[in-house]
Design a protein around this ligand. Structure first.
Ligand code: HSE
Length: 436
């Protein structure tokens, strides 16, 4: 049988990884797919650049549209990133009846609803396993492996760069900028690394996971997003004294009131497996009604881990080429006419527990006042830690863990606490989840 012809857009970190994996494992992949898979052409911005892969048998061009319009190509693999040119290319490929494989989480999170609608009209597949959690087959697990379940919540470390930075800062005391630079050199970070550190990349991925988990349209704009920049070294230390680790989590939870979609630093009990996921590794913990909790772990970024997911998608598409479009796995796991319009909750309405760090005057009655302001908002204290004064100063750090509370009420309490004469500066707040 004739080989399946692929057109590759982008020969950067993931593009080169994909070429290498497809070449090295060609025989095994063909045995699995039932046909040989051949990259016939590829586009790269700068054709003079040296590559980390062998491109001798691939026709190269600097014009990605030439790849998309190549009549021999059946599957377009989009690995250029971004949401402008990538969108144009993907829509053009679909219009021409070509299947698409992409690792582009921003593209899917922002334009997935439109892309999938057009793909369904044309009867083509758009596969995006590599868009979430690098090499972990989490899309396949949620969309197929857990298809008999109601998903209750999921929580994931879904940005490798951010996790790498937090781990290196905690274990080796390295400076933020220094670790970020290394993540960029290793090809983990986004073209704009603020996407990693401010949680935007994780929010893209969470929007995709939530959509597949709950059968809702993609709603990136409704994800509450907070980055890792505000985590202080002292918070890491205090959290550990209390038996917690701080991880940057993406959390999606179905409640009676609506769906929570949030990305933020989170204290989690150190004994949870996910609390021990370090470096560039990602993990997604999914709680579903029939199976209970399941945990998916693996490399969340990097050339070949991400290529592993890209190639798996290519094989999936090849296997389904001759299938009736009506009988394929739906893009967002649920049939497109069965998506639900359940509301995404604003962060004010989210219920969670909190770690609070305050700097207070060391004198009688201060803690009682703070406890009263929390009680006024029906917020109960779970644990309290008062540290020694810093370098002979008259103020002391106080750490409070609260029980679960509505964020709006916690905000009111923080506002009142910050107005006390005995409290200095802002109250640091980090959300806390037990992940039970
Ligand atoms: N910048 C992303 C990360 C790459 O660090 O996780 C993988 O999506």
């Amino acid at each position: 049988m004739e080989s399946v012809k692929i057109g590759l857009l982008g020969l950067g970190t993931v593009g080169s990884g994909t070429v290498n994996v497809l070449q090295r494992n060609a025989e095994e992949i063909a045995r699995r797919a039932g046909r040989e898979i051949q990259i016939v052409c590829a586009s790269a911005r700068d054709l003079t650049r040296s590559r980390n892969c062998d491109v001798d048998t691939i026709r190269l061009t600097s014009d990605p549209m030439e790849v998309v319009c190549d009549p021999d190509v059946e599957i377009i693999v989009e690995l250029i990133g971004g949401t402008t040119l990538a969108l144009e290319l993907v829509l053009k490929a679909i219009e021409q009846g070509k299947h698409v494989v992409t690792a582009n989480k921003a593209l899917i999170a922002l334009h997935g609803n439109e892309i999938f609608a057009k793909a369904s009209d044309k009867g083509v597949m758009v596969a995006f396993e590599a868009a979430v959690a690098g090499g972990i087959p989490i899309i396949k697990a949620l969309r197929e492996g857990l298809t008999g379940n109601q998903i209750e919540w999921l929580a994931g470390i879904i940005n490798g760069t951010g996790n790498f930075i937090l781990t290196e800062m905690r274990d080796k005391g390295r400076a933020f900028e220094d670790v970020l630079k290394e993540a960029q050199e290793l090809g983990y970070a986004e073209a704009d690394p603020t996407f990693d550190v401010e949680g935007i990349d994780a929010a893209h991925k969470l929007a995709i996971l939530a959509s597949i988990a709950f059968g809702i349209p993609l709603q990136f704009e409704k994800v509450f997003t907070e980055g890792i920049g505000a985590i202080g070294k002292e918070d890491v230390v205090y959290a550990e004294e209390l038996g917690y680790r701080i991880k940057h989590l993406g959390i999606a939870r179905k409640t009676a009131e609506g769906i929570e979609l949030r990305v933020h630093p989170t204290l989690i009990p150190e004994k949870r497996l996910i609390a021990n996921v370090d470096g560039v590794m990602n993990a997604v913990l999914v709680n579903a009604d029939a199976v209970g909790p399941t945990l998916y772990y693996g490399a969340g970024a990097g050339a070949e881990p991400t290529a592993s997911a890209v190639v798996a998608d290519i094989v999936d598409v090849v296997r389904m080429l001759t299938s009736d479009p009506e009988n394929r796995v739906p893009h967002l796991a649920f049939q497109s006419n069965a998506l639900s319009d359940v509301a995404v909750l604003p962060i004010d309405e989210v219920v969670t527990a909190y770690y609070l760090r305050l700097c207070v005057e060391d004198k009688p009655g201060v803690l009682a006042e703070i406890a009263q302001l929390l009680a006024d908002q029906q917020i109960s204290i779970e644990a309290l830690l008062q540290k020694e004064p810093v370098d002979g100063q008259s103020v002391v750090p106080v750490i409070i863990l609260t029980q679960r509370a509505v964020e709006r009420e916690l905000n009111r309490a923080i506002y009142a606490i910050e107005k006390l004469d005995t409290v200095r500066g802002s109250v640091i707040r980090i959300r806390l989840e037990t992940l039970k």
